[in-house]
Design a protein around this ligand. Sequence first.
Ligand SMILES: Cc1cc2nc3c(=O)[nH]c(=O)nc-3n(C[C@H](O)[C@H](O)[C@H](O)COP(=O)(O)OP(=O)(O)OC[C@H]3O[C@@H](n4cnc5c(N)ncnc54)[C@H](O)[C@@H]3O)c2cc1C
Length: 388
Amino acid sequence: MDFALTEQQLAIEESVAKICRQFDDEYWSKCDEQARFPLEFHRAMADGGWLGITMPEELGGAGLGVLEAAIMMQTVAAGGGAQAAASALHINLFGPHAIVVHGTPEQKARFLTPLIKGEQKACFGVTEPDAGLDTTSIKTFATRVPGGYRVSGRKMWTSTGQVADKILLLTRTTAKDDAKRPTDGMTLFYTDLDRSKIEVRRIHKLGRNAVDSNAVFIDDLFIPESDRIGEEGKGFSYILHSLNPERVLVAAEAIGLGRDALRRAALYARDRVVFGRPIGQNQGIQHPLAECWTKLEAAWWMTLRAGWLYDQGLSCGAEANAAKFLAAQAAFETATRAVLTHGGMGYAREYQVERLFRESILPRIAPVTEQLILSFIAEKVLGLPKSY
Ligand SMILES: Cc1cc2nc3c(=O)[nH]c(=O)nc-3n(C[C@H](O)[C@H](O)[C@H](O)COP(=O)(O)OP(=O)(O)OC[C@H]3O[C@@H](n4cnc5c(N)ncnc54)[C@H](O)[C@@H]3O)c2cc1C
């Protein structure tokens, strides 16, 4: 057993951190205040070749594993940009995973190359207003027509829809009631986000304002057959394949945010003098911060283990879910504690921790909630009856 990061993994941390240092607090504050996509950051990461970290080498990607992608995303989120920085890349990194695994060589070249180069952006249309976490109840329907499909329906929360060129879209091609199993009859497409047929309406939200999320209305969109990923009716299984790696990445991003919040809290606790001594000399300030460190570290090693299991081709569902659960809670607790450590200044934008705090609840909710994670572990690990 060897817990040390390899030279290559350490180099990933170092190189990504170097790019992140070009984007300071003022940059991220402005992106948040103006609800502006961090285009310059996205460009810098694309130019550094980082958007292709998990993509095939023959297309210009690095062909590395989820473990390396997790190390990269932890570094990205820890660099000050938190969820906004991570989400600007995340969807391009992991949304199209189904294409990497199930796309034809022609589709991989056509779809993945522009993503790797940062020439196109993708969004991920799975969640629907009337289905929620019960994905098999989605209603967006693709009807077969000569040469392709006609699609109508609604999606909810679709992130980066304001700036995306493409959408990865999960639809039904057989109604749930007519399918053999609820998970059958769903079909996945990767296609142009044609704004003449798709209305993308921004949702005003608590945080991560630099990266938009949207209600999406699709009205009689034609999708050519060449934009269907894999076989008709098997879309749900393709999406499932990418869920565990996505959870590992979300966990890594949460830990990055938590570590940045902890760094800022410790810095303030060393500097701020009240009652004639630094506030960090009080155990009431020290202990909660030290406890946050232990929780972030524990979640980090769970995350690396889950990523490693995935890359070895081993089963990792419980571990990936546990990593996401632990990391999100640790990040939220740390960001809360960072605000409290700053006292009144924690509430001021100047110290950044309020931005991290607003963003830190997101990984507890998306892409899957804590309740559903616990229900999954109860069923799959503990053998208890399925509850959802
Ligand atoms: C900022 C943001 C960005 C997002 N980006 C995207 C995106 O790009 N693409 C995309 O497709 N989706 C996206 N999502 C959607 C996200 O994945 C969902 O919000 C999440 O999966 C929860 O689904 P829901 O909101 O419909 O909750 P619901 O399904 O309505 O659940 C509401 C609450 O009930 C609980 N609950 C429901 N059923 C059960 C049960 N059986 N047992 C116990 N508890 C239960 C849930 O855990 C939750 O607490 C995003 C969400 C947010 C907030």
